[in-house]
Design a protein around this ligand. Sequence first.
Ligand code: SF4
Ligand code: SF4
Length: 69
Amino acid sequence: MIKITINRERCKGCSLCIPFCPKGLLKPSESLNSSGYHPVEVVRPDECTGCAACAKMCPDLAIKIIKEE
Ligand code: SF4
Ligand code: SF4
């Protein structure tokens, strides 16, 4: 089982990760974090393959992929 987590407070809303998701699952959320940024969110987490392309691109290490047996 794949679980993707995005740390809303770490994310600065730069959108760098968005085009790297081959399934188009990332988009800026409508709400703001405490720094005033729109952190990204996963629109259909059940479709995430855990490829980690997004996590590798994030300069702020805001995205984590957890693979559970
Ligand atoms: S791990 Fe891969 S499939 Fe999942 S959101 Fe990131 S880029 Fe998309
Ligand atoms: S690359 Fe990182 S900081 Fe930039 S929008 Fe994506 S998760 Fe947020």
